[in-house]
Design a protein around this ligand. Structure first.
Ligand code: ZN
Length: 383
């Protein structure tokens, strides 16, 4: 099933970086690496040795990048050739190059996870409609220094959230519950959060985690009134390997989401919980307030994307699934995310039709929903 002409909303992307207009071949490949370096250069993730960079060039997703860019550029399918051609094109205008890629993949709108101002080059470089999320972490960190009690912090935080949604038109909240606390974190009571404030302000990690979990609970209830979803990384976080990343299984959220006060909070499980992708799909089956986004899985698991797409679609209502990339830095990431999602989705739906598991007409409708319409409905976008 050819889905190339279908429009796409990228439900999860990060800012682009104007300095990445020119990239040598290995640096282009490096854009698709989310691990840590083998050299200690004092930075949190470390630096990559030439031997490790050679491994990065052998990631499956880099092979897919080379194959797809060579097709688009009509050039030989090797990393050096595609890098030379993309640099030749970006030298004539990085924004025009990004616009060409987004048009090629059909990406018409992007939900961006960033604390940059609207007019920052990293956001204006993203073609099409840009939808913003209110970020929990930066808001908490800015207010923690200013406020003198948990009650003051909570009030300031909820004011900022309210203003972002009602005044600035932000379409949701981004939380890092998995990275900061773990999805199995208990929701602290008001007395516990109040007691944690002073220590959190002094930099105590456990106290900060308690404050974060308390404010996450407040975010879930407030977002019901604001009628916007809360986005959470589940599974692979996209790069932070120093937090409680083993506690990112989507099933761990059942403790939160089964509580009566959070049953109508809209929650988007980003990265489809990868590698716990079946758990993410099951969560959308079991919990009426859950949406799942397949960002990061597309494009990063490209060589296995068809099986992943099948697992993603297995148990969830298909009206609760969305496409995303987890892209950042260079526009090729979001472009490849949409391309891989369309290839995988087309393949799964074709098989479903051929096997008698779905009617042809329903399959085309489902493709439109997952690629675009479900997100347009969740964010109440004008048609
Ligand atoms: Zn992400």
């Amino acid at each position: 099933m050819d889905l190339t002409q279908f429009p796409v909303i990228d439900n999860h992307c990060h800012p682009l970086v104007p300095d990445k207009a020119q990239l040598d071949p290995l640096s282009l490949a490096r854009e698709f690496y989310h691990g840590i370096g083998d050299l200690d250069d004092g930075s949190p993730k470390g630096a990559l040795s030439p031997a490790r960079m050679a491994d990065v060039a052998q990631l499956g997703v880099v092979h897919t990048l080379v194959r797809q860019l060579s097709g688009l550029f009509d050039c030989p399918p090797d990393l050096a050739a595609v890098a030379i051609e993309r640099n030749r094109r970006t030298a004539q205008g990085f924004d025009a190059y990004a616009a060409m890629l987004y048009e090629n993949a059909g990406i018409v709108g992007t939900v961006v996870d960033s604390d940059l101002p609207d007019d920052a080059p990293g956001l204006t470089l993203i073609p099409g409609q840009v939808l913003r999320l209110f970020q929990m972490g930066p808001a908490i960190d800015a207010l923690l220094g200013e406020k003198d009690s948990y009650q003051e912090l909570l009030a300031g935080y909820l004011d900022a959230l309210d203003e972002a949604v009602r005044i600035d038109g932000y379409v949701g909240v981004k939380s890092h519950l998995a990275e900061v606390v773990g999805l199995d974190a208990p929701a602290p009571s008001l007395p516990e959060a109040t007691a944690a404030f002073d220590a959190a302000k002094r930099g105590d990690v456990a106290a900060y985690q308690a404050l974060y979990a308390a404010l996450f609970a407040a975010t879930l209830t407030t977002c019901q009134e604001l009628d916007v979803p809360v986005h959470l990384h589940t599974g692979i976080t996209g790069g932070s390997w120093d937090g409680p990343i083993g506690n990112a299984d989507p099933f761990l959220l059942a403790t939160w989401l089964s509580r009566p006060e959070f049953r109508s909070s809209q929650v988007v499980l980003l990265h489809a919980g990868y590698p716990w992708i079946e758990q993410a799909s099951m969560m959308a089956h079991a919990f009426p307030q859950v949406w799942v986004d397949i960002s990061w899985v597309t494009p990063w698991t490209s060589l296995r994307a068809i099986e992943c797409m099948r697992a993603f679609m297995a148990a969830a209502p298909l009206s609760r699934l969305m496409i995303g990339s987890g892209g950042h830095g260079t526009p090729e990431v979001a472009w490849l995310g949409a391309i891989v999602a369309k290839l995988a989705l087309g393949s799964v739906l074709e098989d479903a039709i051929a096997s008698g598991l779905m009617a042809d007409a329903a399959a085309r409708r489902v493709a439109a929903m997952i690629l675009h319409d479900n997100a347009a409905q969740l964010y109440a976008l004008e048609e």
